[in-house]
Design a protein around this ligand. Structure first.
Ligand SMILES: CSCCC(=O)C(=O)COP(=O)(O)O
Ligand SMILES: [Mg+2]
Length: 251
């Protein structure tokens, strides 16, 4: 199915939307699992590590939890794929260093990068909103198989600077930060609950359903559905694209 939107900004989920969940769980997760323990023990004095460790203790309700207990909690959350902010902060540290060392290269579905280049050339403002930390997102875009994609992007949001992805308030926070009206912003995600929250905040939404992804069988919960970025047309008043007729607009 093809859908058309009249928007000035597009905000992208990563896992399941621009990129394969399998790559995240089979490449990135093991990479962080093998290194979390040493990070906690050897670099516990670094401000981001200390902040994340304190957040883990707070979530556990165990202010005295030692590094071993914190690591046990984090690996438990990794196993259940709980997208807890401190886990994502620590993973982001490890992944961004792995990308910088050339040990990791990100993954994008084939349709994504050409479309992002086209939208950017047309003047659309492009952002990311992912459970992965901003550090992880930036490294992901900087170290893609297509080279450095950071110049295509205007900004990055995660659960620390915006809030939980299933809360409408997070999308309101992003709206305030990017200074683009909610009715001119499109969110693309694989998860219906995230799309619901964005729609509650007044954004356009489209559910991305790709074969093999965990949410493929869940439907899009009534949101316009696409199987490829090639099936999305965005008309932008900041770019050169022509305005779309009212009748063909998706929502
Ligand atoms: C480069 S971000 C790493 C992926 C990740 O850890 C994650 O949780 C992505 O979740 P999303 O919100 O993008 O579905
Ligand atoms: Mg996702």
């Amino acid at each position: 199915m093809s859908v058309e939107f009249e928007a000035d900004a597009v905000v992208l989920d990563i896992e399941g939307t621009t990129s394969a969940t399998g790559f995240v769980t089979e490449v990135l997760y093991p990479y962080s699992r093998e290194r979390l323990g040493r990070l906690l023990v050897e670099r516990g004095d670094e401000s981001d590590v200390r902040r994340a460790t304190d957040q883990v203790r707070e979530l556990l309700g165990e202010p005295e939890a030692d590094a071993a207990r914190v690591e046990q909690a984090l690996t438990g959350w990794l196993d259940e794929d709980r997208k807890a902010t401190p886990l994502k902060t620590l993973q982001g540290i490890l992944w961004s260093e792995g990308f910088a060392r050339g040990e990791l290269v990100s993954h994008f579905y084939d349709d994504v990068v050409p479309v992002l280049r086209r939208w950017r050339a047309a003047g659309l403002r492009q952002y990311v909103y992912s459970s992965g930390s901003v550090a992880a997102q930036r490294a992901w875009f900087a170290h893609s198989p297509n080279g450095d994609l950071l110049p295509l992007m205007e900004g990055f949001f995660d659960t620390e600077n915006a809030g939980p992805k299933q809360s409408a308030d997070a999308y309101r926070t992003i709206t305030a930060a990017i200074a683009i009206r909610p009715g001119r912003t499109l969110f693309l995600s694989d998860r219906p609950a995230e799309l619901d929250a964005a729609r509650t905040a007044g954004w356009y939404t489209a559910g991305v359903r790709r074969p093999g992804e965990p949410y493929y069988d869940h439907g899009t919960g009534g949101h316009p559905e696409v199987r490829s970025f090639d099936h999305i047309t965005v008309g932008s008043s900041v770019g050169q694209a022509r305005p779309l007729p009212e009748t063909s607009r998706g929502r």
